[in-house]
Design a protein around this ligand. Structure first.
Ligand SMILES: [Zn+2]
Length: 362
């Protein structure tokens, strides 16, 4: 059996549609290995479609850009240059005609390149996005290799190119971020009444951790604090994750605020912050939202209780001679202390802080 993949490009200008062959796939017997498309064939189909589609688009744009925008007369062709465009589905060398400037446009540049004006960058945003996504998960080198294996890039992707692209994208995002502020609350309760009914609360978890260098020489040097977290809309919708380096980031509040905004947060919407209870981490969400509630998360509550329970093990045993002596000094009983902490944990889990505190005070 032979399967031919063709595409039909219809300019919709009265001319007959052009049929282009993209790939031919031959198959004999059906086996596990020959079932359906192989990766190499899929790459061929995708890059074939990309080649014909983009070439047709570029030719279209070049024709459309030939006429002078002011007087409508066609410009004379000077020469043809080439534009190399890197996409997820191939690297294309597109013809980019240069036209002589129209006589009506005196004083301007002497030539006009419509395609170069439309495609000012050499890499498509979609490829840049994938490079950033892969590089966020692995090294630049592995990202370049994996992208090359997954997509018909048409040209080997160098690790340094991935690094430069990711840095460029990061700088662009950074420059788009607004200024840092002490407070992001600039509306009052009366104004919140005017806002549409908000969605269900957003639940934001924040957790900080210290990263130390293996060659740390002093307490002050060779470490940084990273804060990571997630933001989950309780009404459904995808959760978002974020991270920043506390000692390095100049706009941590703005960063978190924009993330919450991107999930549709409005000023009268409730936000529940679950943090590890650390001082620095607790400070971030302060003044971020007027409807915020702050909690220490269960993991960090149990962590503190576990530490306390371990400490009870090093307590000395209560001497038996004190058993019937009402005037004997109070000495905590290790077994009892451990049981009390377990009870406090049980009460906390069920939201019964009154009884938990009662047990803790003994
Ligand atoms: Zn003109």
């Amino acid at each position: 059996m032979k399967v031919t993949v063709q595409i039909v490009i219809d300019a919709q200008d009265g001319t007959p549609p052009a049929v282009e062959q993209v790939a031919a796939i031959a198959r004999d017997d059906l086996t596990m290995a020959s079932a359906g498309l192989a990766l190499a064939e899929a790459h061929k189909v995708l890059s074939g479609i990309q080649h014909h589609l983009l070439t047709a688009q570029a030719a279209d744009a070049a024709v459309a850009g030939r006429d002078c925008a002011s007087c409508g007369r066609p410009r004379g062709r000077k020469d043809t240059r080439h534009i190399v465009l890197r996409t997820l589905f191939g690297t294309l060398r597109l013809e980019s005609p240069r036209y002589k400037a129209c006589p009506c446009a005196a004083g301007g540049p002497s030539t006009v390149s419509p395609l170069a004006a439309l495609l000012p960058e050499r890499t498509t945003p979609e490829l840049l996005l994938q490079e950033a996504k892969y590089a966020a998960l692995t090294s630049y080198g592995a990202a370049a290799t994996l992208l090359g294996e997954s997509f018909p890039l048409g040209r080997a992707l160098q690790p340094t190119a991935v690094r430069q692209h990711v840095e460029h994208t990061a700088t662009r995002l950074e420059n788009e971020l607004g200024e840092e502020r002490f407070s992001f609350i600039d509306t009052c309760p009366a104004e919140w009444e005017e806002l549409p009914r908000p969605d269900l609360p957003l639940v934001v978890t924040l957790d900080g951790g210290y990263v130390h260098s293996s060659r740390q020489t002093s307490r002050k040097d060779g470490w940084f604090e990273a804060v990571t977290g997630t933001s989950t809309p309780t009404g459904g919708g995808p959760a978002k994750t974020f991270a920043w380096v506390q000692t390095y980031d100049e706009k941590p509040k703005r960063r978190l605020y924009e993330l919450l905004r991107s999930q549709g947060l409005q000023d009268n919407q409730q936000v529940v912050f679950l943090t590890d209870g650390g001082e620095d981490v607790r400070d971030i969400p302060r003044y971020l939202n007027p409807q915020a509630e702050h909690y220490i998360d269960w993991f960090h509550i149990t962590m503190r209780l576990t530490v306390l329970r371990q400490m009870t093990r090093s307590l000395p045993a209560r001497p038996a001679r004190y058993d019937d002596d009402d005037d004997a000094p109070w000495i905590p009983d290790p077994g009892q202390a451990d049981r009390d902490l377990e009870r406090a944990k049980h009460f906390l889990w069920h939201g019964n802080t009154f009884h938990a505190m009662d047990v803790a005070r003994r």
